[in-house]
Design a protein around this ligand. Structure first.
Ligand SMILES: Cc1cc2nc3c(=O)[nH]c(=O)nc-3n(C[C@H](O)[C@H](O)[C@H](O)COP(=O)(O)OP(=O)(O)OC[C@H]3O[C@@H](n4cnc5c(N)ncnc54)[C@H](O)[C@@H]3O)c2cc1C
Length: 309
């Protein structure tokens, strides 16, 4: 069985960007991807210089083609386990029973967004229930916007959303806001509606309002919801990578985790990474992995030289 220099788990922006750099560095690279990038529900991708407005799938299809053009391989599949092989390499186990050998691993499996359990919310996700004003704020500019309060950073988030519209309402659980926070919202003309959100109201396949537990419906065109980020890091935990308090694997500035030879990039490491950032992190890790492999190549060459091979 031939060994890949690098197996990349996850073929989103981070993984494909790394694969492009590594295949151009003439490394034998395999990307295994289960086909569920985080932004798949969104019709368009924004904020990626020169690709603004492109459907997310199109970026990845072009990326795959570019990787394959340099001899990189892309496989549709699910990686179920990563196992050290007893030397400096790893075994990559796939759901279909295949076992692949790799000198280094790059894990770019992304994250999943956990939404509050409010009726109707999940159905509108990426349409008019939104999480990232930098991704979608411009598309709903000057509309009637809402921000779901309750989480630690939701107040700051509401002030950021205010950048895109004058009519912003913050939905705050009773007793959530401090006096200072109320003053700041008042000063910036952010409305405050207190109580428990009962459900989102939809008319003609558009969000029309937010219904409160006292029966009021506050008309809104879009609702920003700060989700909870859950890294897809079971494979990393299984390898024994150290995780931080939020559950993200600890890494250095090159994406090297606490397990030598295992690197991470993109949303699995950094929940704030947008597509362009994830691609950049993939590129950074790729160069670091290549450098790490070169070090190993030197050691192997010297050993062989000294043995007279
Ligand atoms: C609704 C929505 C809209 C967004 N819009 C924008 C936008 O307009 N602009 C922007 O910059 N950002 C946007 N983002 C953020 C964007 O989705 C992320 O920045 C980007 O997807 C991160 O890339 P990634 O490669 O780290 O992860 P992902 O793109 O999530 O890719 C991870 C890949 O790993 C695969 N994978 C996971 N586990 C396994 C496994 N065990 N085996 C094999 N493969 C596996 C997945 O199937 C997936 O293809 C949006 C996010 C959401 C939720």
């Amino acid at each position: 069985m031939s060994t890949y220099d690098v197996v990349i788990v996850g073929g989103g922006a981070a993984g494909l960007s790394a694969a492009l750099v590594l295949s151009r560095a003439r490394r034998k690279v395999l990307v295994v991807d289960s086909g569920a990038p985080r932004n798949a529900p969104a019709p368009h991708m924004h904020g990626f210089l020169s690709r603004d407005g492109m459907p997310p799938r199109e970026l990845l299809a072009i990326g795959r083609e570019e990787v394959e053009g340099y001899g990189g391989e892309v496989l549709d599949g699910v990686v179920t386990e990563l196992v050290p092989d007893g030397t400096s390499g790893f075994w990559v186990l796939l759901a279909d029973g295949r076992r692949i050998s790799a000198r280094r691993l790059l894990v770019t499996t992304g994250l999943h967004d956990e939404l509050p359990d409010i009726p109707g919310l999940a159905d509108r996700w990426a349409r008019d229930v939104l999480h990232c004003p930098y991704c979608h704020g411009y598309e709903v500019r000057d509309q009637r916007l809402g921000v779901l309060g309750g989480s630690a950073d939701s107040v700051r988030y509401a002030h950021i959303v205010r950048q895109w519209a004058k009519d912003v309402v913050f939905f705050a659980p009773a007793g959530f806001l401090t006096a200072q926070q109320r003053t700041e919202m008042l000063a910036r003309a952010i409305g405050v509606v207190e109580g428990t959100v009962q459900q989102v109201v939809v008319q003609d396949d558009h969000l029309s309002g937010v219904e409160m537990d006292d029966g009021r419906t506050v008309p809104r065109d879009a609702l920003f919801v700060p989700p909870r980020f859950r890294p897809n890091n079971d494979l990393l935990a299984g390898l024994g990578c150290e995780l931080d308090a939020a559950g993200f694997a600890v890494r250095d500035s090159n994406g090297q985790t606490t397990v030598p030879g295992v690197f991470i990039a993109g949303n699995v490491a950094n929940p704030r990474a947008q597509v362009i950032t994830a691609a950049g992190e993939g590129s950074t890790s790729a160069a670091a992995i290549n450098a790490d492999l070169v070090e190993e190549d030197i050691r192997d060459a010297v050993r062989a030289f000294n043995l007279g091979y």
